[in-house]
Design a protein around this ligand. Sequence first.
Ligand code: KIV
Length: 286
Amino acid sequence: MSQEFAIKRVTAPDIAKRKGGAPIVGLTAYHAHTARIIDPHVDFLLVGDSLGMVMHGYETTVPVPLDLMIMHAQAVVRGSSRALVVVDMPFGSYEENPSIAFRNAARVLKETGCGAIKLEGGAHMAETIRYLTERGIPVMSHIGMTPQAINTIGSFKPRGRFRSEWAAFEADARAIAEAGAFAVVIEALAELLAARITKQIPIPTIGIGASAECDGQILVLEDMLGLSPRVPKFVKEYAQIGDGIEAAVKAFAGEVRTRAFPSAEYTYPMCDEAPEVTKKTKMTGS
Ligand code: KIV
């Protein structure tokens, strides 16, 4: 067996050990060919439920069924050999109680060969996160703006831009870390708060519209390639006409590893403070 094929996949514990170390690079992947191109350049591939919007034209991620996630995850696992594959649990497949979450998450692991699942939610999902991790299912959590909650939160706008909101997000982050999540995605959260949470919890934070101080970054592949009709402020488009997907992925991975991305234009400042206070305030942890 050649050296190339002998490399084992990155595991969830490998990602957990990267807390405070070299920035972790993630990208979404929904099918085999893009997974193959991205695989050598990232630490993990996320089969995100954003595939419902990107691949299937749904307006939100809410309608995505578990079987669809499993089908796309099987393709991504077949197309990759190195990066950790993390699969989103879709809306309705895990919230009801820990044993239903276990049954569905175990299906995802068994039927796809992925190495971890991701689920949305903070403190209220801690019991489920503990139940899954104690039974052999690595969990990446997802806080900040949580798209599956769109029908209760009402919009995809960024969170945490008022200090009055901070305590709840900080409590969420602590609860999921204590429950055993190996990493947490922080989506569309005020830059200052995302950086502060990163300092407070012992597991890696993966930013998307969060902070360059997060332990890693992720984007939706189609967004950073410029294929999506509308993208949030935090998306940097890396593909230039004539460049291949791989060149864009390499540019993204390089900028994450040097913390050049995300620069301030791709993050959210506070609403209730002057910009210079937001930028210069030292993190005290208090
Ligand atoms: O579904 C998805 O693609 C995600 C990322 C936005 C982190 O959850």
